[in-house]
Design a protein around this ligand. Sequence first.
Ligand code: EPU
Length: 342
Amino acid sequence: MHSTLPIEHDVSLQAFNTFGLPARARRYLRVSDPAQLDGLRQDPEAASLPRFVLGGGSNVLLTRDVEALVLHMAIPGREIVGEEGDAVLVRAGAGENWHAFVDFTLSQGLGGLENLSLIPGTVGAAPIQNIGAYGLEIKDVFHSLTTYDLASGARRVLAAADCRFGYRDSLFKHPEGADLVVLDVTFALPRAWRPNLRYAELAQAAEAAGLADPTPRQVSDLVVAIRRRKLPDPADIGNAGSFFKNPVVSAAQCTALLERFPQLVHHAQPDGSEKLAAGWLIDQCGWKGKNLGAAGVYPRQALVLVNNGGATGAEVQALARAIQDDVLARFGVALEPEPVFV
Ligand code: EPU
């Protein structure tokens, strides 16, 4: 029997992952309407296939062709849906481009998302790893999201506590959330907005620009300028942003490291642990600007691995391993990749 859904076969995923890696999908479905997911469960060809959910492809490392059915989330829509207390609720479909959505909220006169400007990827992928930058994480402005359970077909609205947000982590990265697809996300944006300039580099940029009391749009412009200066644009150089999470170690381990490496960059966490700057650790091992085949370490930020043109996922993976080995040997710290490996 044949599928009644517009499933495509042998589709290149190169343009659908920001690393620009050459992997193919054996079967591929562009999901622009949640009803297609109901269709999937009843489809004779597709019902029993394993699935792989793809958003903007900005947090995956495709090391090989994908055997599972690729569900490419393209659900559109963005609208102001109501108010709650002092906040305006704004919802977007999972397939919306993240930065375009941030820009939309700013154009509506709403602040709250500006520190997360220019992060690559989609709205639906943003809560999966609780994206964060310049002193803000998505959980800080999150209201709720709608999930679709691929196993049961049930739709559920989840609040922040249900999503179990952590540093670059959520329910959706764990086995309990494996069957859940994000359909849309709602944000609570404060009417009484104040700029969040807690991140030192952002505060310095505001001061240098003479902005004592910046607007949300002005903060967004500052964040965009910082990112453009430090991070490669995936349109020019393939990459997936930070390739490793900043490792969290015990206070005792941090103290011991500081004795040997007084310059160690570390930030105390509320629970007493210490977050180290992975970029600094990698930089100290001499990897900044180094290449392994066509994969490399970005010369302006050691935390970002890049595709210098024609790299395979296996090459990026080999580079990542070599970096992990060196950092472990020198500092005794294990680096954990941020992207999902396929
Ligand atoms: N550092 C170095 N060498 C480097 C890179 C960094 O010594 O090559 C040092 C810096 O001097 C600084 C420290 O490491 O003292 C931290 O660097 P930075 O402030 O640039 O931020 P980061 O920790 O490298 C994190 C996020 C970024 C986010 C920025 C800004 C993670 C894994 N990364 O980077 O997120 O934009 O903070 O908030 O948490 C992403 O996840 O894709 C991403 C870009």
